[in-house]
Design a protein. Sequence first.
Length: 148
Amino acid sequence: MHGKKTDLASKKCGIARSLNVIGDWWTLLIVRDAFNGRRRFNEFQKNLGMAKNILSSRLKKLVEEGVFSVVEDDGSGSGHNYVLTPKGEELYLVLVALWQWGENNCKEAGDLDHEMVDAKTARVLPQLKLLAHDGRELGPREFKMKAI
């Protein structure tokens, strides 16, 4: 049985607080679409195929959380656009990391029909790496959380 979703906003953990804002899987797909140039409600709805009420509630939360801002549509006078804020644009690393993880772990040969490429050179992006202050590459067991 599913209960009400736990509010993670007051947790003293950056991961928990992030998930409180972007933890719903539709949310990152909406952000992905915004990075791909979609700005209008109907563009998101058509591309994602999600119910209008769900999209509406997700966009409302993303605006409230400062991930998107609402900008009046230039010229048409009928509606508005959802535009990523600087806070929303910071999610690019999360999207690239999830994309690369998915390419490495969640596909069969020939499954995907897109690549994540450098906009300037059109070359496939290299794997993201976590680097220490001295430039060493850190592996999955070479970092930890420390109380402050």
